[in-house]
Design a protein around this ligand. Structure first.
Ligand SMILES: [Fe+2]
Length: 331
């Protein structure tokens, strides 16, 4: 999404991309992108439908919440619980990012299974704010999202007037550089669920309502292994974004700020360039540096919105990236 020319704050600049389920059903997710070139001024938002997971791609944000202030920069993510009033200010000019509304069970750390007690994201690295308040009597506009609709109301004072709080459902942020990636040190790929930062479980084990997975800078060391993600189709719908750098499956064609959607059982994998380069590469240890891709992955089918389908910058020929894959089997 290009930056807008007209003054646009976070609320004005959010566009829904693809979704499933609903708040009323307590199931599914909704994915969005936002662009903003100005701070929310005497305006606050409250999402009663879902918790909100922010993944900034450009521009540092200062998020004022009822429970305190969080600053979040690209490379970090922020989780705002449902019902918490917040306001987004821009700290480094125009900003762009991704947003996941989670209608299902609250995001939490995944079970670690045989990994044991430590690894992937650790709870100590999720930071919650301390209380901060102002006593302003200036009127505020409150935008409330309820049952998929936006509602508007006025307050004659600031909503950020909480002087102290306690509890365990609070806004938090997490620096993805703290994520301990775990991968193969012998051969083959583990399931990509090994990159899960947060999960919203469903009623069926193994297929989450939403997994938030990241693909950060890391070493690729497996021997005798095709290094990019393998060609696959699976039950999970994959909404993917790129914060920075290159994604190893689409090094030239998937750009920071872009979005891809591979819905349930849609086959996909590396494009022709990535396949050819990886097929001929020396399988020495390789470092992927300065990269951060991520996925909102859901067991639900994600329906693209009319907005997304009508966008002029939608890639109408995405499947062409696989058309030149050579036939390598003998006749
Ligand atoms: Fe995939």
């Amino acid at each position: 999404m290009p930056m807008p020319e007209a003054p646009t704050d976070f609320v004005d600049g959010v566009r829904q991309m693809a979704s499933s389920g609903s708040a009323g059903a307590n199931s599914g997710i909704s994915t969005h992108m936002y662009v903003a070139n100005q701070s929310m001024h005497k305006r606050a938002m409250c999402c009663t439908d879902s918790e909100l997971l922010f993944v900034p791609q450009q521009g540092k944000l200062r998020c004022k919440t009822e429970l305190g202030i969080l600053t979040v920069a690209p490379g970090e993510v922020m989780l705002i619980p449902a019902g918490v009033v917040f306001s987004i200010e821009l700290m480094e000019g125009p900003s762009r990012g991704y947003l996941c509304e989670n209608f299902g069970a609250h995001f939490r750390l995944p079970e670690l299974g045989p990994i044991g007690s430590n690894g992937l994201a650790n709870s100590r690295d999720f930071l919650t704010p301390v209380a901060a308040f102002d006593a302003s009597d200036e009127p505020y506009e409150i935008i409330r999202k309820f049952d998929g609709q936006l509602w508007q109301g006025k307050m004659n004072h600031t909503p950020f007037n909480v002087v102290a709080w306690h509890g365990n459902l609070a806004p938090c942020k997490y620096d993805t550089d703290k994520f301990m990636t775990i991968g193969s040190i012998s051969h083959d790929h583990p399931d990509p669920s090994i990159f899960t930062v947060l999960t919203s479980p469903s009623d069926s084990p193994g297929v989450a309502n939403c997994d938030f997975a990241i693909f950060p800078s890391r070493w690729m060391v497996a021997e005798n292994t095709f290094r990019p993600p393998w060609f696959h189709r699976n039950v999970m719908s994959e909404f993917m974004g790129l914060v920075k750098g290159q994604h190893d499956a689409k090094p030239m064609s998937f750009l920071p700020g872009g979005v891809s959607l591979h819905n349930r059982m849609v086959p996909h994998g590396p494009d022709t360039n990535a396949f050819m380069a990886a097929s001929q590469a020396d399988l020495a240890p390789q470092k992927l540096s300065n990269t951060l891709a991520f996925m909102f992955e859901s067991r639900s089918m994600l329906k693209p919105t009319d907005h997304a389908m009508r966008y002029p910058w939608r890639d109408a020929h995405y499947d062409a990236c696989w058309q030149d894959l050579p036939k390598l089997f003998p006749d």
